[in-house]
Design a binder for this molecule. Sequence first.
Ligand code: IMP
Ligand code: MG
Length: 178
Amino acid sequence: MITVRGKTIDVLFSAEAIDAEVQRLAREVAAYANDDLVVVSVLKGAFVFAADLIRAMHHAGIAPQVEFISLSSYGAGTVGGDVRILRDIDADVAGRPVLLVDDILESGRTLAFARELLLARGALRVDLAVLLDKKGHRKADIEAAHVGFDCPDCFVVGYGMDVGHAFRELPFIGHVVG
Ligand code: IMP
Ligand code: MG
């Protein structure tokens, strides 16, 4: 347990454990990808993960193009139906392999929407890399090719993820217990 600004946080994944996993994920991607790869990071939650992942990719020997997309889901809704683009990528992905990077795969609605969008624009393939997988909450028919950790069924913060805009800066991932 760690106390941050008066809140008690149960550390689930340490900075060291995350780093080891990020390096492993980069090697996994570099095993088949080359410099034609476009990394699309989903804002805001994935920005820390994506920043570390692309630097790990450098060590693994690939130099991807990096893009950002900001998406918003409204309500429970139907699969993919309620996701909106708040800020789009700049690159033309037609004919190029894409790695879609997000912090957590939960219902899968957001990433299913983003994947379909990029495929509709002619992406050669769209693979998913997520740091955390919250299995058991899936609503869309989607799985990630690259997964860091299975996530316990609780709300987590840190390493880019927030609760009410707080705790994105934490170098570890934890659960606020009180
Ligand atoms: P979904 O897969 O479309 O349900 O959306 C997953 C998104 O919900 C993630 O990218 C996060 O932005 C957010 N999310 C889900 N669970 C958590 C959590 O425990 N902490 C912080 N954000 C979360
Ligand atoms: Mg998100």
